[in-house]
Design a protein around this ligand. Structure first.
Ligand code: SAH
Length: 390
């Protein structure tokens, strides 16, 4: 196995537990290797640091998967990691659906596995983990006897690793339009054509957080995707709900979800650009008891953080203006590069510009099946806030 030595100047980040090693942190190396192989990493003075997969084509040159010199990285290793991750999810209360593997947070960098009851959707986002796909599939088969496994590797980040975008079955073909249960509701999930892995599990705990503020309310949800928050609003007693999304597909599914749950008279959906519509409705003087906003990530690059902040400010400013005095704004941000304090500052600026005072009700993050490792700050990405708009 090839050996790599960290540079003396490389910081303590890796030594202290962060799994990523960038190209400029590596010094000497010994032995031959191929892209995607497991290699050993040592500190500059020769003490063992860990083993991980290497990809010379990637800026993140090595991703560590073990700190144990004697650990053998084979099919069993992946089986054990996946089993542990499932036991952990169960121990914190997940039964049917969960993000089973959340990459770095589960010691399997660049691997995502979502469990939608008996169905599994996988993303292998680095070459090193992609090579282990057969082992991962056989581990899932052994642990869960799934009804289907599907790969949603149609994501641009794969190209940074020199891999093609692709999607397809990793098990025998199956009906990829499935239904999952969440908080007593049912949702259609289109595994092949849905966004990301098909369903946003990261908001599943947050959807419960609107329970008390929507009773008898007239609710507006912008960026509603398949209407998951809207459906929860109706379930918790809202009398009228309007969901907006730019995707015709998402809106069609949202309508089917409303029917599936018997809320077709309460929940209506429109395929529109929320930025334009919200702007117009502010002008028109429309008002709602509750406004919910969950826009897509506004940037994936550092250069555009300021643009993202402006986007968040604008949309939340409009959201507040559309909220009746004493009503509630439910707002989220999934942009990894916007840390929680920056998001809160943005909301504060929006309130100032809207000339409204806000009172905090709920401030939380992604569902706990997306664990946050304190020594890997990027594992926290979702911000979720409910405020009363006075
Ligand atoms: N809250 C949803 C997830 C929302 S994801 C859930 O928990 O399931 C963000 C959504 O915003 C996507 O469905 C995307 O289609 C939509 N979107 C992106 N740009 C938009 C725009 N300009 N107007 C309306 N919707 C938009």
């Amino acid at each position: 196995m090839a050996k790599f030595f960290l540079r003396k100047k490389a910081g303590d980040r890796v030594i202290n537990g962060h799994p990523w090693i960038f190209g400029n942190e590596l010094g000497d190396s010994e032995g031959a290797f191929e892209a995607g192989d497991i290699v050993d990493v040592y500190s500059y003075n020769g003490s063992f640091v860990g083993k991980g997969y290497i990809n010379p084509a990637s800026q993140i040159r090595i991703r560590l998967i073990s700190r144990d010199k004697n650990e053998v990285i084979d099919d069993r290793f992946f089986f054990n990691r996946i089993k542990e991750a499932w036991q952990y999810r169960q121990s914190i209360g997940y039964v049917e659906n969960c993000r089973l593997i959340f990459g770095e947070a589960d010691g399997l960098p660049a691997l995502i596995i979502d469990k939608f009851n008996d169905y599994f959707v996988i993303q292998t986002l680095a070459l090193g983990i992609d090579k282990w796909k057969p082992a991962i599939v056989s581990a899932l088969t052994e642990i869960f006897s799934p009804k289907g496994i599907y790969e949603r590797n149609d994501v641009p980040v794969r190209e940074l690793e020199g891999m093609p975008q692709q999607k397809g079955y990793l098990s025998a073909p199956f009906d990829t339009n499935i239904i999952l249960n969440e908080n007593g509701l049912k949702f259609h999930v289109d595994i092949v054509n849905g966004q990301k892995t098909g369903y946003f599990l990261d908001q599943q705990d947050n959807r419960r957080a609107i329970q008390h503020i929507v009773k008898g309310a007239d609710v507006l949800e912008a960026f509603c995707y398949t209407g998951t928050f809207s459906m929860h609003a109706a379930h918790y007693g809202a009398t009228k709900v309007l969901g907006l999304d730019i995707s015709e597909n998402a809106v069609a599914t949202a309508r089917r979800n409303a029917e599936l749950n018997g809320f077709q008279d309460i929940c209506k959906f429109e395929a529109v650009n929320a930025f334009d519509v919200l702007k117009q409705w502010v002008k028109d003087g429309k008002r709602y008891d509750v406004v919910m906003l969950d826009p897509p990530a506004f940037t994936k690059s550092r250069e555009n953080i300021q643009k993202a902040i402006t986007g968040y400010k604008e949309i939340n400013l409009r959201g507040m203006k559309l909220t009746k005095p004493g009503g509630f704004l439910v707002t989220a941000s999934c942009t990894n590069l916007v840390p929680p304090d920056m998001f809160l500052k943005t909301i504060e600026m929006a309130a100032k510009d809207a000339k409204r005072k806000i009172r905090q009700v709920t401030w939380q993050t992604q569902a706990s099946d997306h664990p946050i490792l304190w020594h890997v700050p990027t594992t926290q990405y979702l911000k979720f806030l409910i405020v009363q708009v006075l």
